[in-house]
Design a protein around this ligand. Structure first.
Ligand code: UDP
Length: 342
């Protein structure tokens, strides 16, 4: 049973991926510095899987710490690198912090992988690399646009760093997964998103509004060139997204070519407007969403959704859960958070 290092394994997507790794008979080893997650997440994972977590609490930017983890876990054959800052708005205010953390942690990880001869890397990238695409849906060969934020730029730079390292060394096989909009929570309601402060993302803001924590949901503009005027996104259930990481690892574990680098879109292939999301939420939960139309949010992309054929054809992965299921799971998770006083 190969061990897989999961940096940021206590985070939103990381924790769901750890569950799926156990299910697929990998042994996940988590690194997390808990800068944007909580120890309680580990209990949630253990409750779902019945497994005991191997955790190293620390920072991927710390060379000695990463070395210590690899020395202590000689069974590691691959890494999934989630650990990064992820707030777009904050990255605009604190670019140095974002570049330093997101890029340096990848560099430390790659150095350690080369030193310890660890071959496989799955990197957590984002559809933000496409900006507002000229043609929809976006494929992996759609042009990468100039990033709108330091956060988006760190994803582009990290992808380039990985590609250069694969090409130059021939010792690392890597996959970058370009996520569309991850939503939902584990259907057991043991783990889910843990937004700190006021959420920026649509779904946590929506569920907090319905839970009475926020006054109302503001829809950021209804004058876009879309079916109902609100922005279109490709919302992917976080459990489906987690499973895509396992498929990527399976592929890398089997791949004989020692210097392969592949990029995959991870989305459903369907676009939904903000109003669609609200209607679907109401249908899934029987709850009413209090909302009003506000002004556009600066920097928002009008519409983007994935062409997800490549990952289906090459990794045999496709999204299996609907938006309705994702919203139902997100609402149940919100109720758990509320019962915990969060
Ligand atoms: N959105 C909104 N109100 C909110 C938060 C988000 O109308 O309070 C919209 C936003 O304009 C976008 C969609 O919901 O069209 C998804 O936004 P999110 O921030 O979740 O993801 P991203 O913009 O990064 O795709």
């Amino acid at each position: 049973m190969p061990s897989i290092l999961v940096t940021g394994g206590a985070g939103y997507i990381g924790s769901h991926t750890v569950v799926e790794l156990f299910r697929a008979d990998y042994k996940p080893v988590i690194i997390d510095n808990f800068s944007n997650s909580e120890k309680s997440v580990l209990k949630g994972i253990e409750a779902i899987t019945g497994e005991t977590i191997s955790l190293y609490a620390g920072d991927c930017n710390d060379e000695q710490f990463v070395k210590h983890v690899f020395e202590s876990e000689p069974e590691i054959t691959g890494c999934i690198h989630f650990a990064a800052y992820k707030a777009v708005g904050e990255s605009v205010e604190k670019p140095v912090q974002y570049y330093k953390n997101n890029i340096n942690s990848l560099l430390e990880l790659l150095s350690a992988m080369l030193k310890f001869n660890i071959k496989n890397l799955v990197f957590s990238s984002s559809c933000t690399v496409y900006g507002q695409p000229d043609d929809l849906p976006v494929t992996e060969s759609s042009p990468v646009k100039k990033a709108e934020s330091p956060y988006g730029n760190t994803k582009q730079i990290c992808e380039e760093i990985i590609k250069d390292t694969v090409d130059a060394t021939g010792k690392i096989k890597a996959v970058s997964l370009r996520y569309f909009n991850p939503v939902g929570a584990h259907p057991t309601s043991q783990i889910g998103e843990l937004p700190i402060g006021t959420p920026n993302n649509l779904i946590p803001f929506l569920t907090q509004t319905v839970a009475g924590i926020r006054e109302e949901l503001i829809i950021f503009g209804d004058d876009y060139n879309t079916p109902d005027g609100t922005c279109v996104r490709d919302y992917i259930h976080v459990v489906d997204l987690a499973k895509a990481h396992v498929k990527a690892l399976d592929y890398l574990e089997k791949e004989k070519n020692d210097s392969v680098y592949q990029v995959f879109n991870v989305g459903t292939g369907n676009g939904h407007t903000v109003l669609d999301v609200i209607k679907t939420f109401e249908l899934a939960t029987g709850e009413k969403v209090k909302y009003r139309i506000g002004i556009r949010r600066p920097g928002d992309i009008e519409k983007v959704w994935a062409n997800a054929d490549k990952i289906y054809e090459e990794l045999n992965w496709k999204a299996e859960r609907t938006l309705k299921q994702a919203l139902y799971d997100a609402w149940n998770w919100q109720k758990v958070l509320k019962s915990r006083g969060k």
